[in-house]
Design a protein around this ligand. Structure first.
Ligand code: UFG
Length: 326
């Protein structure tokens, strides 16, 4: 039987497909290539180009493939865009997931691993954040992901769907093969933006505010390597395939780095001075987001293998400076 990966041409989706295939799984990918990249699709995955909102298309894939479990990444994920075009996010993320779940139920596929986000917590009430802490998103993107989680919880009650929602903190890094990495358009994430400076496509990195209540005044985030995220999806799928219960897990390393620490580390890794400029705060940025990963460790047996931020930045640098794909 195969695993179906909607969004398998995107950043975290493509890395998960690589890890799935490396661990011997049979994989089919769905992607509309709106934000994903054809070059990121593993050559051994069967690729279906189309949109998860297109019920006839999704039904066709389930009819052709013998699917045991779905690992769902297909969504828009830009926080800023979600605030200026919220309905795009409800349409693609929420309605898309609704159509996917309807098609899954119609084909008696009842296991799904789902890509969620730390953005569901909004401004955290404590650090590290536990899964049972209040979920009060402060942006549309986070709200769509929380809505998708709720949709799955109610579908479980009505139809016995089993789901695992993985709430990622700050994904970063690239695959060890050097074949795939992080490529968003537009790019909004800190590490790839920093690396544009030594690559020559950006003059300096902006620090969005240095007046936060943190030791150096800049925001603190929990950076997690993308292949550690990928491994958690595989463990989650195996958990469901062996009869495990639905659940929600944070995925981070349980340790935070400030924007300044990340920039300093990138200077060390790249050997480039990387000039910086402090600008006003970006609206909606919490000062500190750090995961408690105890639950994923206890229930899935998962823990991050990459905990050294310079190793994570090195893997991103290795891909960015060698690729001609972006
Ligand atoms: N930052 C800068 N300068 C930049 C870009 C980012 O100072 O040029 C700062 C941000 O203000 C933030 C930190 O670097 O403090 C990390 O920013 P990212 O945009 O890389 O990541 P976010 O923490 O904003 O976003 C991540 C995920 C989102 C998720 C969000 C949850 O990428 O998908 O966490 O809060 F929604």
């Amino acid at each position: 039987m195969a695993i179906l990966v909607p969004g398998g041409a995107g950043y975290i989706g493509s890395h998960t497909v690589y890890e799935l295939i490396d661990s011997g799984e049979d994989v089919a990918v769905i992607d509309n290539l709106e934000t994903g990249h054809e070059w990121a699709i593993h050559p051994k995955a069967r690729f279906y180009k189309g949109d998860i909102r297109d019920r006839a298309f999704v039904d066709g894939v389930f009819e052709k493939e013998d699917i045991e479990c779905v690992i769902h990444f297909a969504a828009n994920s830009l926080v800023g865009e979600s605030m200026t075009d919220p309905l795009k996010y409800y349409e693609n993320n929420v309605h898309g997931t609704q159509v996917l779940l309807q098609s899954m139920l119609a084909h008696d596929v009842k296991k799904i691993v789902f890509s969620s986000t730390a953005a569901v917590y909004g401004e955290p009430v404590r650090t590290p954040i536990e899964e049972s802490d209040p979920a009060c998103p402060t942006n549309t993107y986070g709200d769509t992901k929380l809505t998708m989680e709720k949709m799955m919880a109610w579908t479980e009650k009505a139809h016995g769907l089993k789901y695992i929602s993985l709430r990622y903190f700050n994904a970063c890094g690239a695959h060890i093969s050097g074949r795939i990495g992080e490529a968003h358009n537009p790019e909004t994430h800190l590490i790839p933006l920093i690396l544009q400076v030594p690559l020559g496509s950006r003059e300096f990195i902006s620090i969005y505010g240095d007046d936060y209540d943190t030791p150096d005044g800049t925001c603190i985030r929990d950076y997690i390597h993308v292949t550690d995220l990928a491994d958690a999806h595989i463990l989650a799928a195996r958990h469901l395939n062996s009869g495990g219960e639905s659940n929600i897990f944070n995925l981070g390393i349980g340790k935070g780095f400030s924007v300044r620490e990340v920039i300093d580390c990138a200077r060390y890794v790249t050997g480039h001075p990387i000039p910086e400029k402090t600008t006003p705060r970006r609206s909606g940025d919490p000062a500190r987001l750090i995961a408690s990963c105890k639950k994923a460790n206890e229930v899935l047996g998962w823990s991050a293998k990459h905990t050294d931020i310079s190793q994570m930045i090195s893997s991103a640098w290795n891909w960015h400076r060698n690729t001609d794909l972006i």
